[in-house]
Design a protein around this ligand. Structure first.
Ligand code: XIL
Length: 380
């Protein structure tokens, strides 16, 4: 009998995956996408001015799309009972202008999830990254007022809710709002135009609007390194505790969990989940993968390019221990879903991040879609 990942965990939590837009695009659309990317790269090169005295900058090669059909498509259908768009439900993909919404890809995700009996998450409503540039500007290119930006955000949240709320199990209402510098809300100096223009209350407001617009969905505040960095974990705790005291309808903390084969320890992860659980909140693991690189190897070249059997077994054991911990936290009533940020290593965003030009192997299926030891270890 074929091994199915989500079935092994169906008594505990849903097992999800981020699905790349390429899986739901036609060949023509993909070609056009890469053509546009090449044009943007040329523009960038033309306008690029290196600071005086800087070493010569080597522009990366434009990425190439793998030839032939991608195994990810069938794996997405079969192995997971929850999906989320890796990019296509971010604000810059959907909210193209004041009255200009692009629902094309989001509709395809809804259709795909329905056809395959899967739950669907919405990632994300408010984020300092991948927001459209127009939204912060008036017609003369100046910063908009607080009132205008609030109106635009509200319209976005209600438009998305009206069209999709019945199809969405959980929404990342606010993404990555805790600063890595001081563990309080990320401000304008730390790249949040939302904070810069609206002020700290943008978070509460987004949740109140989301509650009206998505009355049946779980409302998530999502961030990275909460399980890794104690100060950040506590910063998020302080934020959500304050929100609950103010009656803000946040009900779930999303742990992105972009982690590696060694850190953080299972104990730290348990502690993190239980800390938010102690406030009566649920936890979802929203974007997990297990990188082949430790943080201290940041930007080192590729010593593991071959991903030895020894490494793959180590990674398998790590995935197993993580999922055992998730089972425990699901039994305790805190943990709801576990979502992996991709399906095959080939399409993982960790290729090139955080080190341009370096590949990684953080997921359950190899470049060709073959199950890795980690998959076999997780599935009974
Ligand atoms: C990443 C995608 O995987 C990439 O394809 C894209 O180029 C950049 O964004 N935290 C998040 C996700 O909340 O949206 C990010 O996804 C990964 C980090």
């Amino acid at each position: 009998m074929e091994k199915i990942l989500f079935e092994s965990y169906k008594d505990y939590f849903k097992v999800g995956a981020a699905v790349s837009g390429f899986l739901l695009m036609s060949k023509e659309e993909i070609d056009e996408h890469f053509k546009q990317m090449a044009i943007r790269m040329e523009e960038f090169k033309k306008n690029f001015k290196a600071p005086p005295g800087a070493p010569q900058f080597k522009f990366p090669e434009p990425p190439k799309f793998p030839e032939g059909p991608l195994p990810d498509y069938d794996l997405a259908k079969k192995q997971f009972n929850l999906i989320v768009a890796e990019n296509d439900t971010k604000m810059d993909a959907v909210y193209l202008g004041e009255d200009n919404f692009n629902f094309k890809m989001a509709d395809r995700y809804v259709k795909f999830a329905k056809e395959n009996n899967q739950s669907l998450r919405w990632h994300t409503l408010v984020w300092h990254n991948q927001s459209p540039r127009w939204i912060f500007k008036d017609k003369d290119g100046n910063k908009v007022s607080k009132e205008v930006l609030e109106e635009r955000l509200k319209k976005y949240i209600f438009t998305i809710g009206k069209r999709y709320s019945d199809d969405i199990c959980s929404v990342d209402v606010v993404n990555e709002c805790i600063s890595d510098k001081n563990f309080v809300l990320r401000d304008g100096a730390d790249r949040s135009m939302w904070y810069d223009i609206i002020g700290p209350e943008y978070v509460d407001k987004a949740f109140f609007w989301a509650k009206e617009a998505f009355p049946k969905s779980n409302l998530v505040i999502n961030d990275y390194n909460l399980e890794m960095i104690e100060g950040k974990r506590q910063g998020m705790y302080n934020l959500v505790k304050g929100m609950l005291e103010r009656g803000v309808p946040v009900d779930t903390v999303g742990l992105q969990m972009h982690i590696n084969y060694e850190n953080p320890s299972i104990e730290e992860i348990e502690k993190t989940i239980e800390l938010y659980g102690s406030l009566g909140l649920n936890v979802i693991v929203t974007e997990m993968e297990v990188s082949a690189y430790l943080d201290k190897d940041f930007q080192k070249p590729d010593p593991r390019r071959e991903y030895t059997k020894e490494f793959l077994d180590l990674q398998a054991e790590r995935y197993y221990k993580l999922f055992e911990c998730f089972k425990k936290e699901a039994k305790a009533g805190i943990l709801k879903d576990v979502v992996l940020w991709g399906i095959t290593d080939r399409l993982s965003w960790k290729n090139n991040f955080p080190s341009p030009g370096r590949t990684d192997a953080p997921l359950l299926f190899d470049n060709d879609g073959k199950p890795k030891p980690a998959f076999d270890r997780l599935v009974r």
